[in-house]
Design a protein around this ligand. Structure first.
Ligand code: MFU
Ligand code: CA
Ligand code: CA
Length: 247
């Protein structure tokens, strides 16, 4: 029986211990006051490296560096083909002779056969076919040019001497005031500017409808009727022009 009592007491003790151990703190938590402020903690570990900042403006150009040392010499090249220089010199020489002969032939054809005059930029051609102004212009265009437009003294003199050499007295040139009376423009649409070659008293629109211009063999200009049928002078660019140029 004593043994049984001891076992019963031991069980009670264990139960009590268990109760205190597991629920003791919980029961008392409301009544326990907060503890004292702790001491300052130690310095923390160093943080990770920060992100890179924005790029600054470019710096000033540095001074020119000193010249480097000379590099080593290159490899020796392959042997060349021996040139028969004497033969080539002879061929080139013969070509030069042929070119100058050709130039003379062109000159002969231009002057004697065609009978044209030229400046650095343009070639002028008298067409000895009597036509009204409009047809004269069409004719020049069909030839790849337009009616002559003397825009300076030198060109005007050249055309004038050409006209008198040809034994003519008057020719149409590419100038008119068909759009606005008294306002003369070249066939390329450009107005008269610094240079004009009017004969004294011209333009006078004498027969009311004088809207086209002739050049006399003196080089002077006179406004005449466009329906007059006379010879005319065409002009051509020596070099090809940009497609935008309309004449
Ligand atoms: C002048 C010219 C005319 C025309 C006439 C015969 O008028 O201005 O264009 O040539 O002579 C008086
Ligand atoms: Ca007129
Ligand atoms: Ca006139």
């Amino acid at each position: 029986m004593d043994n049984q009592k001891l076992t019963g007491n031991l069980l009670l003790l264990l139960l009590f211990q268990h109760f205190i151990f597991n629920y003791g703190t919980e029961v008392c938590s409301n009544t326990i006051l907060p503890g004292m402020k702790g001491e300052q903690g130690g310095k923390g570990d160093e943080g990770e490296e920060g992100k890179m900042g924005k790029m600054g403006p470019p710096g000033l150009k540095g001074d020119k560096g000193v010249k480097g040392i000379e590099g080593p010499p290159g490899f020796k090249g392959k042997p060349g083909i021996t040139c028969d220089c004497g033969r080539y010199r002879k061929v080139v020489g013969q070509m030069d002779i042929n070119i100058s002969k050709l130039k003379n032939s062109v000159k002969f054809v231009k002057n004697v056969i065609l009978g044209v005059k030229e400046t650095d930029e343009k070639v002028y051609l008298i067409v000895k076919e009597a036509k009204k102004y409009k047809e004269a212009l069409i004719n020049c265009r069909l030839r790849g040019g337009t009616l002559a437009m003397p825009k300076d003294e030198d060109t005007n003199s050249l055309i004038a001497s050409y006209v008198s050499q040809a034994g003519l007295t008057r020719v149409f040139i590419g100038l008119h005031d068909s759009d606005k009376e008294g306002q003369f423009v070249y066939v390329d649409g450009t107005p008269l500017q610094n240079y004009t070659g009017w004969s004294p008293g011209e333009p006078n629109n004498a027969f009311v409808n004088e809207n086209c211009v002739e050049m006399e063999n003196t080089g002077f200009w006179n406004d005449v009727e466009c329906d007059l049928t006379i010879y005319f002078v065409c002009e051509f660019w020596k070099k090809r022009r940009a497609a935008a140029t309309v004449t």
